[in-house]
Design a protein around this ligand. Structure first.
Ligand code: AGP
Length: 366
């Protein structure tokens, strides 16, 4: 209930929650990074080293934005811990009679801890003997109680219906979990150190991104009257694109579609025209050249492009340049300008930013 919390002088809770992220990310990290051994301390997992080493797969479940943060988490776990990992909507998982395996680590994500589809999936997993961790914001919530252990986000209450700070904190919690799983398997001390140092840089870098707000506001106004927008990203950029599209449609009601950049030519390229601008997530990673080629393909079809990445490019009409971290952690930072973009698009279109139509903050019914 928004009435209980101070909006801190911000016009909307959403902007307050976006702006809090340097602090909320720092809180998710607090006390959990060990700079001596370059490991993560996650006491709440209730797992000894032997059990931690025993998992051969990780399956992540959550709904909506929680699911997209889980997709980011699956990539972090595969990259850092080299354990096959994937994410699935909890709402689908619970209905499809999943095979529950003893050597799979299940991770349920929920800001509220009360989402019924996620809770029902956790209960089904437990019934079948699955080992389930929770990545949850609300202490003592149903999903926190039902899981065998987990990581609390400590991001503080999230009031606005659209999730922002819980999303970034969940991704940070996954980076810690991936570091933890990796360092008891074969992640080197040097890579552990690189990730620890990268994690420590995040709050300051988020602050830097927040200083881009005026520019992002201008861009949001420029693009907000489009009938729809395409969001594309490759591999690490894809969950960023999905969450960016989700934010835009939830609060501005502008139709937004997210696609892997690599899939454009297999169908949705037919949609590209000056009326359907593209937000392209283009990190400076090993896929940079491929992504720039995709921008060229969009441009050749007269599509307008807003590029979000670590450099500017002539292939794009507009660019938002964010600070660079380690490649594995960059998706967390790339998400933040898209939150501001959706927020300012919604404001420009005079939407009910904190309480978008047809949505509830937590969906506690089937
Ligand atoms: C996020 O912006 C959405 N409002 C929604 O997708 C949300 O993330 C989802 O319903 C899951 O909520 P939870 O994290 O509280 O379980």
């Amino acid at each position: 209930d928004a009435g209980h919390y101070d909006n801190g002088g911000y016009e909307h809770y959403l902007l307050k929650e976006i702006s809090e992220q340097p602090d909320t990310v720092a809180r998710t990290l607090r006390g959990r990074i060990d700079d001596r051994f370059h490991i993560a301390h996650l006491g709440g997992l209730n797992m000894d080293a032997r059990e931690t080493r025993s998992f051969r797969r990780v399956k992540i479940i959550g709904c909506g934005s929680a699911y997209y943060s889980g997709q980011m988490g699956a990539q972090l776990i595969e990259e850092l811990a080299r354990i096959p990992a994937d994410a699935e909507p909890a709402s689908e998982f619970r209905y499809r009679s999943p095979v529950v395996e003893p050597d799979t680590l299940y991770v349920a994500i929920s800001q509220s801890g009360e989402t019924y589809d996620t809770l029902a999936a956790v209960q089904e997993l437990k019934r079948k003997g699955g080992r389930v961790l929770g990545i949850v914001n609300t202490v003592g919530s149903a999903i926190a109680r039902e899981t065998d252990g987990g990581i609390y986000l400590h991001a503080g209450p999230e009031v606005s219906v659209a999730s922002t700070k819980a999303f970034t904190s969940t991704a940070v919690a996954f980076a810690l979990l991936a570091l933890h799983l990796g360092r008891v398997r074969d992640l080197s001390p040097a890579d552990g150190r690189r990730i620890c140092e990268g994690l420590r840089r995040l709050p300051e870098q988020i602050k830097e991104i927040l200083t881009l707000e005026d520019r992002i506001k201008e861009l949001a106004k420029k693009y907000a009257d489009s009938p729809g927008m395409m969001f594309v990203g490759r591999v690490r950029g894809y969950p960023v694109a999905r969450e960016g599209a989700q934010k835009l449609k939830e609060i501005s009601y502008v139709h937004a579609e997210a696609y892997p950049a690599s899939e454009l030519k297999h169908g949705p390229l037919a949609l590209i025209s000056p009326e359907l601008p593209t937000v392209a997530i283009v990190p400076d990673d090993e896929l940079l050249d491929k992504n720039l080629t995709t921008l060229g393909e969009i441009r050749a079809r007269h599509g307008r492009i807003l590029m979000v990445g670590h450099r500017t490019s002539e292939a794009a009409d507009d660019c938002i340049v964010v600070p660079k971290n380690e490649v594995e952690l960059d998706p967390i930072l790339l998400t933040i300008p898209l939150q501001l973009f959706a927020y300012h698009a919604a404001v420009a279109l005079e939407r009910d930013v904190d309480r978008p139509r047809n949505l509830a903050k937590s969906v506690t019914v089937e």
